[in-house]
Design a protein around this ligand. Structure first.
Ligand SMILES: Nc1nc2c(c(=O)[nH]1)N[C@H]1C(S)=C(S)[C@@H](COP(=O)(O)OP(=O)(O)OC[C@H]3O[C@@H](n4cnc5c(=O)[nH]c(N)nc54)[C@H](O)[C@@H]3O)O[C@H]1N2
Ligand SMILES: Nc1nc2c(c(=O)[nH]1)N[C@H]1C(S)=C(S)[C@@H](COP(=O)(O)OP(=O)(O)OC[C@H]3O[C@@H](n4cnc5c(=O)[nH]c(N)nc54)[C@H](O)[C@@H]3O)O[C@H]1N2
Ligand SMILES: [Mo]
Length: 762
């Protein structure tokens, strides 16, 4: 093990400023904020040039999120946080060999995530051998010899793990999984395992496809839109435009969230300012400040009231679904006292919500991490599906299910094979399309991969993007597990904490980002991605690469494959000369991608087939959609306990910290804060800015973390919130969702103890 393997994030100690949470999202502050961020990082000329290419038909797909682009785009089709993501990638390549000579690995590990990210792009391949204090430059060919040598030496291919973060293009992802399976393993964990895995599992089991069933156009025809466990103002700002347009067309918007997230209260479209329209739109009609983990009880209660009102779609239920009577029997036993206790919501409000649902002709439900990262993540999403089945709100105009994805191509990665648990039909198609044989045995997901590392069963970790150490739970334990590996390889654009937790040998391979021009033997290349609504389209980088030593992800994978596989039915290097070749391979292997190269060149790309959306058909075992019958989860806690959710601030992209402010929530200058209900603060005699220790509890194990500053916030009693990734050290690795094995990052049982006099008296 190396010098520092704690993996814990040192925090910037700047002054905390608290202001009132904002009531309006976007608007002029957003325009100003994105302009400042961009110009600081890129300068004025490059900012304008770059931002004009975002999400345009001939430009690149915004690396910010997976929200789709409208068919008719404006000149600037991006949001404040997309602009931050783009300008962050377009930084100068200062992280070069001089940089690594100046700072030892131990020194870098003592810097905050914010500092690490703000140093700029990684310029050249770097290597740290066993016991080294510093990274050294290495040539690309030497790097691949080390990788190939290690992979060839492993006794069993299952000793290698290949992680993916969801920014990777379809081309890179397809080539990667093909290589990994030809090498002999399905160890392909990805960020999805920590993200929308629960959505995929819930949707496949009920409607036969692990994806959403709406298009952007459906938002204009929806009567009611539910936004559940999601903070679009920060994480999917362009979704607010769709909500505003829906609202103008008469839709009702219901926001179900323990926090009154700003974007859902009022919204001013930044572009309206350019048209001198200073009005703002009130977005949500009803805010339901649910207790963390109370959604299953809320949806069972609403569904029960809807059934009792008899305003259900009997035709749909009898011809398209199965399991209705069992579900009714379950709801007959619903305990209404428990509903009030679990949700913290008055029955009158639940009745009002049920009335809206029962009387709506078209409903869209959107959700994100507030539902998926729970012990009952799969079951609670199935409860949302139940609501849609009762009213037949699937495969009908203006209706459908809408899991809002995170990483800009996370959905595409799964479609083209990044999955540790591939279906037999996927493997069969891959084998016949590529003329290879692929392993059937399922591989490790993220949590199982860490467990295997801990046991000493993994020798090699390859990360295609992402930040494995900071994104995964229980940072210290995970760092120790990763420290046992003999070779860790990171394909990255920016420096992050995963580069600083040492295995025996480490390689950092710097790659091109989305924004950059990618030239291969046949000339300029484009890549393709799939958005949250199943549209596959092109993305073309337009900026000069940050450094001449950067290589594209497909090229890196082809080199790894060529140096590792002694015989192969695919000439990997030949595929990369022209990415059309890779797309031809995808066409041969994956249904829905027929004639890929032609169709993806159409103006707006193409939709992948989606039986529930296209024809109200369900590709389940029996061809019917399924009601799910799940008992309510136990969400009781002890009198001295709190439930913590770990959430994103407005100035971060997952583990990449752009700044220290959370503007909409009125929190500035410090990220090591814990939001608490003022009544709870009174009960514990805690004052604003008091410093506390948080201890998480799971089974009989506890993890303690010091130095958290308490701030009062409008959050339900006995619920607290802290920022990810700092709070990951408290997320127990063993606490995962049933069926999806997703870490329960929104359900962490904690106790709080004082570090100052006020609390010690307690
Ligand atoms: N700018 C920016 N954009 C991003 C990202 C980013 O970090 N920054 N990350 C990307 C990624 S990978 C993802 S997955 C998405 C994440 O997008 P979100 O899911 O919006 O992100 P979180 O901050 O995790 O927010 C979860 C929301 O769920 C609420 N919540 C927590 N627990 C519960 C609960 O029990 N019930 C209900 N109803 N609500 C609950 C929280 O209050 C919070 O508003 O965003 C993507 N887009
Ligand atoms: N406690 C807690 N933990 C969570 C979550 C939570 O809500 N709470 N959310 C979970 C979720 S939803 C997700 S998706 C995961 C995210 O997990 P990851 O996807 O692993 O993490 P990111 O922070 O998105 O990865 C950032 C790094 O990706 C690299 N990068 C950026 N662009 C590119 C590119 O184009 N190519 C390559 N090769 N590398 C690139 C940069 O080096 C950067 O440092 O975290 C999960 N962890
Ligand atoms: Mo995510």
């Amino acid at each position: 093990m190396g010098i520092d393997s704690s993996g814990l994030t040192p925090v910037d100690k700047t002054k905390l400023t608290l202001t009132k949470a904002k009531s309006t999202a976007a608007g002029i502050p957003a325009v100003v904020s994105s302009a400042i961020h961009s110009m600081k990082k890129m300068g004025v000329g490059k900012s304008v040039k770059t931002l004009r290419m975002v999400n345009q038909k001939s430009g690149f797909d915004c690396p910010g999120c997976a929200w789709p682009d409208p068919d008719h785009r404006s000149a600037f089709e991006f949001c404040e946080n997309g602009a931050k993501a783009v300008s962050d990638e377009a930084m100068k390549a200062n992280v070069n060999s001089e940089f690594f000579a100046k700072y030892s690995i131990a020194e870098l590990a003592s810097k905050s995530d914010y500092w690490l990210n703000s140093q700029g792009r990684i310029a050249e391949p770097m290597y740290a051998k066993h016991g080294a204090t510093h990274y050294q430059p290495i040539s690309w060919s030497d790097a691949f010899n080390i990788i190939g040598g290690k992979l060839k030496s492993l006794k069993n291919p299952d000793k290698a793990v290949f992680y993916t973060s969801g920014r990777t293009s379809n081309e890179a992802a397809f080539l990667y999984q093909a290589f990994v399976r030809m090498y002999g393993t399905n160890n392909l964990p990805d960020c999805s395992n920590m993200c929308h895995e629960s959505s995929g599992k819930a949707l496949v089991s009920t409607i036969g496809i692990g994806k959403g069933t709406v298009t952007l156009g459906d938002f204009n025809d929806a009567e009611t839109i539910l936004v559940i466990g999601q903070n679009p103002g920060t994480n999917h700002p362009r979704m607010l435009t769709a909500l505003r347009d829906a609202k103008k067309g008469g839709a009702r918007i219901i926001h179900i969230n323990p926090l009154p997230e700003t974007g859902l209260v009022r919204f001013k479209h930044p572009q309206d300012y350019m048209k001198l329209n200073f009005g703002s739109t009130k977005l949500s009609d009803i805010n339901i400040p649910i207790r963390i983990g109370g959604d299953a009880a809320l949806f069972q209660a609403v569904n029960k009231l809807v059934i009792d009102s008899n305003k259900i779609d009997r035709e749909f239920i009898s011809t398209k679904s199965r399991g209705f009577s069992d579900y009714c029997k379950l709801l007959d036993r619903l305990d209404w006292d428990r509903v009030t206790k679990d949700t913290g919501i008055d029955i009158e409000v639940i009745e009002q919500l049920a009335d809206i649902i029962a009387n709506s002709k078209s409903i869209i439900s959107c959700w994100a991490m507030g539902l998926t990262q729970h012990r009952n993540g799969v079951a609670v999403i199935q409860e949302v599906v139940n609501l849609h089945l009762l009213g037949g709100h699937i495969g009908r105009k203006g209706s459908g299910l809408c899991p809002v994805r995170g990483h800009s191509n996370v959905q595409g990665n799964r479609t083209v094979g990044i999955w540790e648990a591939p279906s037999d039909s996927f493997i069969h198609n891959l084998e016949s399309g590529l003329n290879i044989s692929a392993p059937r045995k399922h591989g490790y997901d993220v949590v199982n991969a860490i467990n295997a590392m801990e046991r000493g069963d993994v020798d090699f970790l390859f990360c295609l993007g992402g930040n494995f150490i900071s994104a995964t739970p229980q940072t210290q334990r995970t760092s120790e597990a990763v420290g046992k590996i003999s070779l860790g390889v990171h394909v990255s654009t920016k420096l992050n904490r995963s580069h600083l937790v040492q295995c025996d040998e480490m390689l950092i391979l710097p790659c091109l980002g989305r924004t950059e021009i990618d030239i291969q033997e046949s000339g300029k290349q484009f890549v393709t991605v799939e958005n949250s609504m199943g549209v596959v389209h092109t993305s073309r980088g337009g900026l000069s690469p940050a450094s001449v030593s950067l290589r594209s992800e497909p090229w890196i994978i082809a080199e790894m494959a060529s140096t590792t596989l002694s015989e192969s039915s695919i000439d990997f290097r030949a595929q990369v000369k022209n990415y059309d070749n890779i797309r031809d391979l995808i066409s041969r292997c994956i249904p829905g991608f027929e004639d890929y190269n032609r169709r993806v060149r159409q103006e707006n790309g193409f939709y992948l087939p989606n039986p529930p959306k296209d024809n109200c058909e369900f590709d389940t075992v029996d061809g019917y959609a399924h009601f799910s019958t799940n008992e309510l989860p136990n969400v009781d806690i002890e009198d001295n306990q709190f439930v913590m959710m770990t959430i994103r601030s407005h100035d971060q992209y997952n583990t990449t910290i752009y700044g220290l402010d959370d503007r909409y929530r009125g929190i500035k200058g410090n990220r090591r804060i814990v939001m608490m209900n003022p009544d709870d603060m009174l009960d514990l005699a805690i004052k604003t800015r008091d410093i506390v220790t948080i201890t998480s509890h799971f089974n009989d194990e506890t993890i303690s973390s010091k130095d958290w500053m308490v701030i009062p916030y409008k959050i339900p009693k006995r619920n607290i919130a802290a920022y990810f990734p700092e709070a990951n050290e408290l997320v127990p690795l063993d606490s995962t969702a049933d069926t999806s094995n997703t870490p329960t990052s929104k359900w962490i049982i904690c106790t709080i103890s004082g570090q100052n006099s006020a609390l010690e008296e307690e």
